[in-house]
Design a protein around this ligand. Structure first.
Ligand code: NAD
Length: 352
C-alpha cells in the first residue's frame, strides 16, 4: 500500500514509519518538525529512497495537502501529527487547537476531495486512520475501564483538542462517507519518546542526579503499552478494521506513577549503581491541574474481532526502554542541546 503518515518524525509516528517500510509499504511522511519531531527518528538511511519520502510541512496547509494527495496517490492516511504534551497544553493551548483540530480538518478535507476523485477498487480500499488517545474519556475511579461506549469527558486542553478531532473525523465519515477509523490508545512508552514525558524524564533526571518529579502523591494510574505493540495494532486495524468503528487499544498494564518511577529507579540501581538508591531523588511536587486519576482500557473488541494482542509485557518493555535511553545519549543530547535540564511545565502560568 502507499501510506501517507502524518507526524511520522515523532515518537509513535516514526515507529509506524519503520514498521510500515519493513512490511513493504511505500510511505510518505508529512511532519512539521516541531520541537517534538526529528529526522533523527527516521534512522540513518536516506530519507527519500527505499520506498520512503519525507516532506516537511504543516497538516493545516491545504495547498500542500492537495499537492501531496495528487502526486503521491495514497491508499491510506495514518494521522498521528499532533501537539501531544498535556502540560504544554495547560500553559499554551492555542497550538493544540491549531494542529489537533484545525489541522485535522484540513487533512480531512484534502482526504475527502482526493477520495471523491477515486473510482472502483481504489475508492473502496481508501482508509483514513485517526490515532487518538484514551484521555478523551476523562478520568476513572478505582474500578472499571473505558470502552467504545464511554462518554467523552476530556479534562485537559490536550484531551479536549483530541476529542474534538475524533468528533470531526467521525462526522466526515458519517456525512461525507469518508472511510474513517479511530483508535483511542493508552499511554505509550519506548525508544525515541521526547524526554518531557514521564519515563524518559525519570531516566534522564536520575542519571543526572536531579530530582525526579512525581505529581501529587504519585497515585494516579495509567495503562502502559509498548510503542511497537501500538504500531502492530494500528497496522492490524488499517488492514482489517471496519470503517466507521472506534478501536480502543491498551496494554492491560496499569501502574501507579510512583510504582513505575520506583521500578525505573531499581533498574538503574542495577545497571548504573552510583552509591545510593535512585529512589532518594524522588520529589513529590504540586499536582497537575485537572490531573485525571486513572485510565484503563477495555480493548476486547480489538482483541477478539481482529485477533490482536500486545507482545511486550511491562517488565520487558521498561527494561528495553531504559536500556535504549542509556545506550542512545547522542539522541537525547540533541533533544536538549547538550545540556539536560527539565523545567516544570503545566502549572497554567502562561496563557496563550
Ligand atoms: P510526538 O509529540 O512524539 O510527535 C508528534 C509529531 O507530530 C511530531 O513529529 C511533530 O513534529 C508533528 N506535528 C505536530 N504538529 C504538526 C503539524 N501541525 N503538522 C505536521 N506535523 C506536526 O507524539 P506521539 O507521542 O508520537 O503521538 C502521536 C499521536 O498518537 C498523537 O496524535 C497522539 O495524540 C497519539 N497518542 C499518543 C499516545 C502517547 O502515549 N504518546 C497515546 C495515545 C495516542
Amino acid at each position: 500500500m502507499r501510506l501517507l503518515i502524518t507526524g511520522g518524525a515523532g515518537f509513535i509516528g516514526s515507529a509506524t514509519v519503520h514498521a510500515a517500510l519493513a512490511a513493504g509499504h511505500r510511505v510518505v511522511t508529512l511532519d512539521k518538525l516541531t520541537y517534538a519531531g526529528s529526522l533523527d527518528n527516521l534512522g540513518d538511511g536516506p530519507l527519500n529512497s527505499n520506498g520512503h519520502r519525507f516532506v516537511q510541512g504543516d497538516i493545516a496547509d491545504g495547498e500542500l495537502l492537495a499537492t501531496l494527495f495528487r502526486v503521491e496517490q495514497p491508499d491510506a492516511v495514518l494521522h498521528l501529527a499532533a501537539e501531544t504534551h498535556v502540560d504544554r497544553s495547560i500553559d499554551a493551548p492555542t497550538a493544540f487547537i491549531d494542529s489537533n483540530i484545525v489541522g485535522t480538518v484540513a487533512l480531512l478535507n484534502a482526504a475527502r476531495r482526493y477520495r471523491d476523485g477515486l473510482t472502483g477498487e481504489r475508492a473502496d480500499r481508501f482508509r483514513f486512520l485517526h490515532i487518538s488517545t484514551d484521555e478523551v474519556y476523562g478520568a476513572l475511579g478505582n474500578e472499571g475501564a473505558f470502552d467504545d461506549a464511554s462518554p467523552y469527558r476530556p479534562n485537559s486542553p490536550y484531551a479536549a483538542s483530541k476529542a474534538s478531532a475524533d468528533m470531526l473525523v467521525r462526522a466526515w465519515g458519517r456525512t461525507y462517507g469518508l472511510p474513517v477509523l479511530i483508535t483511542n490508545c493508552s499511554n505509550n512508552y519506548g525508544p525515541r519518546q521526547f524526554p518531557e514525558k514521564l519515563i524518559p524524564l525519570t531516566v534522564l533526571n536520575a542519571i543526572h542526579g536531579l530530582p525526579i518529579p512525581v505529581y501529587g502523591s504519585g497515585s494516579n494510574v495509567r495503562d502502559w503499552l509498548y510503542v511497537e505493540d501500538h504500531v502492530s495494532a494500528l497496522m492490524t486495524i488499517l488492514e482489517r478494521g471496519c470503517p466507521g468503528e472506534i478501536y480502543l487499544v491498551g496494554g492491560r498494564a496499569e501502574q501507579r506513577n510512583i510504582d513505575l518511577v520506583r521500578r525505573i529507579c531499581r533498574l538503574l540501581d542495577e545497571w548504573r549503581p552510583n552509591g545510593r538508591p535512585y529512589e532518594d531523588l524522588i520529589s513529590f511536587v504540586s499536582d497537575r491541574p485537572g490531573h485525571d486519576f486513572r485510565y484503563a482500557i477495555d480493548d476486547t473488541r480489538l482483541r477478539t474481532s481482529l485477533d490482536w494482542s500486545p507482545r511486550i509485557g511491562i517488565d520487558e518493555g521498561i527494561r528495553r526502554t531504559v536500556a535504549w535511553y542509556l545506550d542512545n545519549e547522542p539522541w537525547w543530547q540533541a533533544r536538549c542541546q547538550g545540556r539536560w535540564q527539565s523545567a516544570r511545565l503545566g502549572l497554567g502560568a502562561v496563557a496563550a
